[in-house]
Design a protein around this ligand. Structure first.
Ligand code: HMG
Ligand code: MG
Length: 310
């Protein structure tokens, strides 16, 4: 007999990759002060988050909000036991990341040519050619390298994305030696069955233990898609405090799965994360207030009421 859904993931450890300081802030139109970015990262590590994507060494001409990546890392009190990966698009970004003393980078490409052209000015194949030596150089310097594959459930420009294209790109970044591959539903169009099918196809190619999921919540599907993928065996989930996020080059994309809503669900499932939920809700409310907007997450809106899964 099959077990009920919740016990299929209960007791398992899930690693949360907090992407708020990068994915969350990169889409902000108003320049966010470097000191706020640093305080956000520090508040998130105070909550017990152990992987916090800190910033992005992309071209400041393309994403002005991330132009202070060097200053963010220089001002950060890095803590033992916390990983601070940064996004890197090319050799120039890698050199800046190395100068900033990072331990881990994340490269990124997509399963859609059309999105890649808008986001990184390259086709899929051009991006893979550009990234292979970046990964090689980073690994030779002892850095851990994560990879993102975007548009795995749909593209804002191309529409549907064939599963075979997703698997091909996942295999290519795995072959470069990326230790983990995060599967991005960049515009949040996918639903649970599609998400699980896509994950399983990628897992058949590179193994489930190398995969993470990264859901944007445009259509309110991120939490459902995450649960479907947890039940299918994934154990690494990207999320963003306050549900902040979006890619400036993905038309129609909105925020990520909110970390505090994810955590509420994981706590209810009995899944161990080591993250302090009330403190995280407080961090979500703080950053939303600083940015001058209502918190996008459910928990940020209602707070931690009596009886909630802490
Ligand atoms: P390009 O214009 O083709 O590159 O952009 P280029 O080499 O011709 O460089 C243009 C200018 O930028 C030059 O300056 C370079 O020096 C400079 P100029 O000579 O004109 O003065 N430059 C840089 N400066 C600093 N650091 C660098 C760097 N690179 C070039 N690293 C490029 C190609 C890839 C650079 C550009 O398209 C880019 O930076 N794109 C990044 C876009 C981005 O950050 N998108 C959001 C992240 S992806 C995402 O959010 C999705 C994800 O969350 C997963 C999901 O949701 O699916 C990860
Ligand atoms: Mg994203």
């Amino acid at each position: 007999m099959t077990e009920p859904a919740e016990t299929m993931v209960s007791g398992a450890a899930v690693r949360i990759v907090e992407v708020g300081p990068r994915d969350g802030l990169q889409n902000e139109a108003q320049q966010v002060a470097t000191s706020v970015k640093i305080e956000l990262i520090e508040r998130l590590s105070d909550c017990g988050l152990r992987t916090i994507e800190a910033t992005s060494f992309v071209s400041p001409k393309w994403v002005p909000q991330m132009a202070d990546a060097d200053a963010v890392l220089a001002g950060l009190q890095r803590r033992d036991g916390v990983r601070y990966p940064v996004l890197v698009p090319n050799q120039q970004g890698l050199q800046r990341a190395l100068a900033a003393g990072v331990d881990e980078i994340a490269i990124f490409t997509a399963a859609s040519d059309a999105f890649n052209r808008k986001n990184i000015n390259a086709s899929i194949d051009e991006s893979l050619q550009r990234l292979a030596p970046v990964v090689e150089a980073a690994r030779a310097q002892g850095l851990a390298v994560r990879a993102y594959v975007s548009t795995v459930l749909g593209c804002p420009y191309q529409g549907a994305v064939p599963l075979t294209d997703v698997v091909r790109v996942v295999e290519a970044v795995a072959a470069m030696g990326c230790y983990e591959i995060s599967l991005g539903d960049t515009i949040g169009v996918g639903t649970a069955h599609q998400a699980r099918t896509m994950l399983q196809a990628c897992a058949a190619a590179v193994g489930m233990q190398r995969l993470a999921v990264h859901f944007h919540d445009t259509y309110g599907q991120a939490l459902a898609n995450t649960l479907a993928c947890l039940e299918a065996g994934v154990r690494v989930v990207d999320a963003s405090v306050g549900g902040l996020g979006g890619c400036p080059y993905a038309r129609g994309a909105s925020g990520n799965l909110a970390t505090e809503d994810l955590l509420y669900m994981l706590n209810g499932l009995g899944v161990d994360t080591g993250v302090d939920l009330p403190r995280l809700v407080e961090a979500a409310r703080w950053i939303s207030e600083v940015l001058g907007r209502a918190t996008a997450s459910r928990l940020g809106r209602i707070g931690m009421n009596t009886g909630a899964c802490t």
